[in-house]
Design a protein around this ligand. Structure first.
Ligand SMILES: *Cc1c(COP(=O)(O)O)cnc(C)c1O
Length: 375
């Protein structure tokens, strides 16, 4: 059996190696390492894939989130609502810009930001909501967009884990994650659903004004070279990464299907195990399964992780500590017990290997091993 990994980038690469190598070689031969042809090709192809007016390619997903907040013209002290159960980047950029992250709890079933909690957290200083489509499933965007509309708030989607997932509105229209809010942000970190061979990220928007702002900010605050209108940053996707992503974009739907197939296998294997609660599938979203994350009941998680490791099966805890209890984000506003669902999830979730290259033999072995440990 092939070695089981959380993510198997090598097997994925091997399948499309000639195509990828050729794309990289073309960039090497052109020596247009920055703003080369592949950058605009990939940008246009991604716009088409997502059905969004503007894609702006940047250095990584964290930069994308930071630039999105900068593009809204928020001022220090403005409040930004974001879930406490997520990767740190979401709140980090809010804090870095001198804005106030207002952390809120999540739903027990979807792991995504709770609508009731958003409503309770809104104050006259609230300027934006940043929902995260965690583990590859969309947050309740229709409700979030309605709240934002009522209170005149911006919505920035953190779609770093949800490339390829689609939200299903109540009128049945399907829309790609990251293209519903004012701005959507994604990451092309190698292990993400659409990953490059280094760092990369992007912003999506249908708003021409915001698109112009974003482009300017990502490019040292200038439109005309050496004339700087605003304080910006330097963030761009390099040509080699764009060339790789342009090849991989063609396979994205296939990759998502492979993830969904692996998830269905796990679901079926664990559905009758009372100690495992399989991932909830929202009727309003497809699930791109960036992670396959289950909740444990009456199980010593450390022990399970250790026993799996003894059988060479990796398993990860996404995430062990909610943001409001992180050293850097502790303040008088929050204490332990404030967000009971997120705190509970941090203790009881575990993520099993999930990637595009899991084969039946590996899935069988993982499922049997887990079931044998948890009898
Ligand atoms: C990966 C990730 C990011 C950051 O992306 P980078 O490209 O690593 O900067 C932000 N938010 C979430 C939810 C992520 O999973």
């Amino acid at each position: 059996m092939k070695k089981i990994q959380m993510v198997d980038l090598k097997s994925q690469y091997d399948k499309i190696k000639p195509e990828i190598n050729e794309a990289i070689q073309r960039v090497l031969d052109s020596t247009a390492f920055i703003r080369g042809e592949a950058v605009s090709h990939f940008q246009q192809n991604l716009e088409k894939y997502l059905d969004v007016k503007h894609v702006i390619l940047v250095g990584n997903g964290t930069d994308a989130l930071q630039i999105a907040l900068m593009a809204l013209g928020l001022k220090p002290g403005d409040e930004v609502i974001t879930p406490t159960f997520t990767f740190i980047a979401t709140a980090e950029v809010v804090a870095l810009l001198g804005l106030t992250p207002i952390l809120v709890d999540v739903n027990l079933d979807t792991f995504n930001i709770s609508i009731e909690s958003i409503k309770k957290a809104i104050t006259p200083r609230t300027k934006a909501i940043v929902p995260v489509h965690l583990f590859g499933q969309c947050a309740q965007m229709e409700e979030i967009l309605n709240i934002a509309h009522q209170h005149n708030l911006f919505v920035i989607e953190d779609a770093c884990q949800s490339m390829g997932a689609q939200y299903i509105f109540s009128d049945s229209t399907k829309t790609h994650s990251g293209t519903m809010g004012d701005i959507g942000c994604t990451s092309f970190f190698p292990s993400k659903n659409l990953g490059c061979f280094g760092d990369g990220g992007a912003l999506f928007t249908n708003n021409d004004f915001l698109a112009d702002n974003i482009k300017k900010i990502a490019n040292h605050g200038m439109e005309t070279r050496y004339y700087h209108e605003v304080v910006g940053v330097n963030s761009r996707l390099d040509t080699i990464q764009a060339a790789i992503l342009d090849v991989k974009l063609k396979y994205l739907d296939k990759y998502i299907l492979a993830r969904q197939k692996a998830a269905a296998f796990y679901d079926n294997a664990f559905k009758n195990n009372p100690k495992i609660i399989i991932p909830y599938k929202s009727p309003n979203s497809t699930h791109a399964f960036h992670q396959y994350t289950v909740k444990l009941q009456g199980v010593n998680r450390n022990e399970l992780q250790k026993k799996l490791a003894e059988k060479q099966i990796p398993a990860m805890i996404y995430y062990p500590v909610p943001l409001h209890l992180q050293e850097a984000y502790k303040n008088e506003r929050y204490k332990s017990g404030d967000f009971p669902i997120a705190e509970w999830l941090c203790q009881y979730v575990i993520s099993l290997p999930m990637h595009t290259e899991l084969d039946e033999e590996q899935l069988n072995f993982i499922a049997e091993t887990v079931d044998n440990i948890l009898i």
